[in-house]
Every structure is written in C-alpha cells, then in structure tokens.
Design a protein around this ligand. Structure first.
Ligand SMILES: Cc1cc2nc3c(=O)[nH]c(=O)nc-3n(C[C@H](O)[C@H](O)[C@H](O)COP(=O)(O)O)c2cc1C
Length: 211
C-alpha cells in the first residue's frame, strides 16, 4: 500500500513568543476555544500516555472533562490498564491534535485521583445507561463474548427499574498537573512553530524548539 504521496502543507496560522500567552493554561484555553468554535468532532479527545509495569508506553484516547490551573481532569475505571499503570507510575502525557487548526498540544504531568466527591458528582451527571455501562464493565479485562456484555447490561437495566446505580468506588477521575506544555502550530515547508513551557519555581520558562 502506497501512502508516501499523502501530505499537505500547513498554512493556517503562526505562533510566536511575542504573542503567545505567558500563562500556558490561558494559551490552552484560547486554543481549545478556537477548536470548539470550529465544531471539531470530539474536540476534547486527548491521548493519555502512561508507562506500565512492563516499561512500555501505552496510549489511548480519553475525554477531557475539566481544566483549570490545578490541572486537566478525565474519568475512567481505576482498575483498567491505564489505572494500574498510573498507580505504578503517575507520570503521564496528554496529547491533543486538532487537524483542522493544524495544531497539536503535548502536556507532561503527574496524575492524582480526584476526590470521591468530584468523581461521584460527575458519575451521576452521566446519562443513565453510561452509568450502568461503567458499573458493569470491568474495563480492560478479558470477557467471553459480546453477548455476555449485552446480557449483563440488559439484566442490570431491568434490575434497576430506572433508578441510577450506586456510585462504583473503582471508577473516578484523575487530575493531571502539568510540568510541561508544548504548543505546535504547523507551518509551510515543515518549518513548524514549537513553543515549550517548562515549570520552574513559580513561573514558566518559555523556549522555542526546532521543528
Ligand atoms: C473518542 C474516545 C473517547 C474516549 N473516552 C474515554 C474516557 O473518557 N475514559 C475512558 O476510560 N475511556 C475512554 N475511551 C476508551 C479508551 O480509549 C480505552 O479504550 C479504554 O479506556 C481502555 O483503555 P486501557 O485498557 O488502556 O485502560 C475513549 C475512546 C475514544 C475513541
């Protein structure tokens, strides 16, 4: 299969030290707002990169549900592969790519569990069937068949008679506190802009990297 002819030049925007916000959280906010305004599909989808016990990195998409200067929050099953990897090594990466804006953002940070209060409140804000799916899915474990999943789902729906399930303690949020951001803007002829923020004592060091 030939793929080597697939390429495009990036021309939409520029990024420079003079105009980038000196606060990377504010810069993130500007960029995600621009992505939201464009109605980009799954705009909050980000790759979460973790390193498990086997030493290999693993990446998977999760949805960003909240962010502030305290960090970036997503929700998952704490017993899943990613949950176990984070227990072992809380240093993680987050990665956004918005093709329509020719932009990517890489974030490096440390993950901690959100409080049970935050997790519970978000859990119960989810649609009824999503709550049920979270309760019955022993995420990342091997299951016998698709049918077994559907049967368990339908059984639980019938049992609950329209009531929401109890909050499962093995499900909740992680807050990723960044120590590094990279904002990448695609440019012509592969001479892209890359501006990196690295956390020092009380502020952020800003550097430009070669593309
Ligand atoms: C668009 C999209 C959004 C997703 N959002 C989440 C999420 O917020 N939380 C989650 O646990 N899994 C989410 N997933 C599923 C994960 O990518 C992954 O399959 C699952 O969490 C199991 O990963 P693990 O076995 O590495 O723990 C999403 C997948 C996609 C494609």
């Amino acid at each position: 299969m030939q793929l080597d002819h697939i390429r495009r030049d990036y021309k939409k925007a520029e990024l420079d030290e003079g105009t980038i916000d000196k606060n990377p959280f504010k810069q993130f906010k500007t960029w995600i707002n621009e992505a939201i305004a464009l109605n980009i599909a799954d705009v909050t989808a980000m790759s979460l990169i973790s390193i498990g016990r086997d030493g290999f990195p693993q990446s998977r998409i999760v949805l960003l549900k909240d962010f502030s200067e305290n960090g970036f929050t997503f929700f998952t099953n704490y017993n899943s592969d990613k949950g176990q990897a984070i227990d072992f090594n809380p240093k993680v990466g987050l990665h956004f790519f918005w093709a329509d804006l020719e932009r990517q953002i890489r974030i490096t940070g440390t993950a901690t569990k959100t409080t049970e209060e935050v997790s519970k409140s978000y859990f119960h804000s989810r649609p009824h069937k999503s709550q049920i799916a979270a309760v019955l899915s022993n995420q990342s474990s091997v299951i016998p068949s698709r049918d077994s999943l559907d049967n368990n789902f339908n059984k639980l729906i019938a049992e609950l008679k329209g009531n929401d399930p109890e909050y499962p303690k093995n499900w909740g949020g992680y807050l990723v506190k960044p120590i590094k951001f990279e904002f990448w803007q695609g440019r012509e002829s592969r001479l892209h802009d890359r501006i990196v923020f690295e956390k020092s004592e009380n502020d952020w060091q800003i550097k430009r990297l070669a593309p």
